[in-house]
Design a protein around this ligand. Structure first.
Ligand SMILES: [Zn+2]
Length: 170
């Protein structure tokens, strides 16, 4: 069973590879990722976070009306356009447990990805879903939300995670 990696694990800094064709192997990985994401629990997970360098992202989008969450997988996701308008939202990360920071990013995006059936999907995303996707797609390029902070703040957060790990709190 794969585990979620924490900073400063160097695997989190690597760029993952594009998948040529979605096969049962990739679908199995995505199912494992969804299990780990729901168990954590988290709103999103990138394959890098469990040490697999393939472009796979899973999403667990909360529903405002308390209905079922929207859970889905994106293979080879890319962002093809960003809105000029930016918004600040608080972010956290399963690889940086118990740490949060306000991060500014474009409000809306257009994404392209493949689904389980190798179909190419192009969609506009907004609000919280656009935010989660930008955070997760960053992971595929070895980028973390703390990279948008000053190096001072970033180092403080990494030290806090190391302390939590040492104390056995994560
Ligand atoms: Zn993350």
């Amino acid at each position: 069973m794969n585990q979620i990696l924490y900073v400063p694990d160097p695997i989190l800094r690597q760029t993952s590879k594009k998948i040529k064709k979605i096969t049962s192997k990739e679908i199995d990985i995505s199912k494992k990722m969804i299990d780990l994401m729901l168990k954590a629990p988290g709103v999103g997970l990138a394959a890098n976070q469990i040490g697999i360098l393939k472009k796979i992202v899973t999403i667990n989008l909360p529903n405002e009306n308390n209905e079922k969450n929207k859970i889905y997988t994106l293979f080879n996701p890319i962002i093809t356009s960003y809105s000029k308008k930016k918004v600040i939202m608080e972010e956290g990360c399963l690889s940086i447990p118990k740490q949060f920071a306000d991060i500014e990013r474009p409000e809306n995006i257009t994404i392209e990805y493949l689904n389980e059936k190798n179909e190419k999907i192009k969609e506009k995303k907004q609000g919280y879903e656009a935010r989660i996707l930008q955070h997760e797609i960053d992971h595929l390029y070895g980028r973390l939300f703390i990279d948008y902070l000053s190096s001072l703040k970033r180092n403080i957060i990494i030290k806090k995670v190391l302390k939590l790990k040492k104390a056995g709190d994560i």
